[in-house]
Design a protein around this ligand. Structure first.
Ligand code: ADP
Length: 189
C-alpha cells in the first residue's frame, strides 16, 4: 500500500526550483530492495555494522560496504556520511546516526531532524533524484514512532520545498503499524 503526497502539500508550497514538485510517499517493505538512487541507513556512530536496518543493509550490500565504512572513521549523531551501494540496487548508501531516545529532554528532536536534513543535503550534492528513508531511531534507539514521524515528515517537506535534485522521497516502513502512522501524518496538513 502506497500513499503519495506532493512536498509542501497543505503548506501552500507545492512548487519549487524550476517549478517541479517532489513526491513524498510511504510504503511498507524492505529498504534493501528499493530501486532508488540512494537508501539511507540508520547507523550507529562507529559506522560498523550493527543490527536492525543497518545489519540488513550490510548483509545485502556485501563486505565491500563494511570496508568502505571502516575508512570513514565513524559519524557523530545527527550527521551523515555517503558510501557506494556495492551489491545493492541503490547507487549510494547515506549513513546517518539517529539519537538514542532519552525522554525528549536532551535535544533528541533536533538531532533526529538533523539526520533528515543532513542526509538530504548530502544526497543533493551527489545529484540523487530518488531516495528511501527508514524510520530512523524508532527501533533499537526507542524514539516514539509518532513523535519521530512528525519530525521526519516536517523536515523532509521543508527541505523539498526548496530547490533540490530529489524528485521522489520514499519512507520505507518495516511494519504495517509504522506505515499507518506515516500515512496519517503525510495526509495531514
Ligand atoms: P535505530 O537504531 O535507529 O532505532 P533500527 O535499525 O533498530 O535503528 O530501527 C529503525 C527502523 O528500521 C525500525 O522501524 C525497524 O523496524 C526498521 N527496519 C529494520 N529492518 C529494516 C529493513 N530491512 N527495511 C526497512 N526498515 C527496517
Amino acid at each position: 500500500m502506497r500513499l503519495r503526497i506532493d512536498a509542501g502539500a497543505g503548506s501552500g508550497q507545492r512548487t519549487r526550483g524550476r517549478g517541479r514538485v517532489a513526491t513524498i510517499e510511504a510504503v511498507q517493505g524492505d529498504i534493501t530492495t528499493q530501486a532508488v538512487d540512494a537508501i539511507v541507513n540508520a547507523a550507529n556512530t562507529t559506522l560498523l555494522s550493527g543490527g536492525g536496518v543497518d545489519g540488513a543493509i550490510h548483509r545485502a550490500a556485501g563486505p565491500g560496504l563494511l570496508e568502505e565504512c571502516r575508512a570513514l572513521g565513524g559519524c557523530p549523531t545527527g550527521e551523515a556520511r555517503l558510501t557506494r551501494g556495492h551489491r545493492l540496487r541503490a547507487q549510494y548508501v547515506i549513513h546517518t546516526v539517529g539519537p538514542v531516545w532519552s525522554g525528549g529532554g536532551r535535544g533528541d528532536a533536533e538531532l533526529l531532524r538533523s539526520c533528515y536534513v543532513t542526509s538530504l543535503a548530502l544526497a543533493a550534492r551527489h545529484g540523487v533524484r530518488s531516495i528511501a528513508f527508514p524510520s530512523i531511531s524508532t527501533g533499537a534507539y526507542h524514539y516514539p514512532i509518532e513523535q519521530a514521524t512528525e519530525i521526519a515528515v516536517r523536515a523532509v517537506r521543508e527541505c523539498l520545498a526548496r530547490p533540490s535534485p530529489v524528485e521522489v522521497l520514499r519512507f520505507v516502513c518495516f511494519s504495517a503499524r509504522d506505515l499507518d502512522v506515516y500515512q496519517r501524518l503525510l495526509s495531514a496538513d
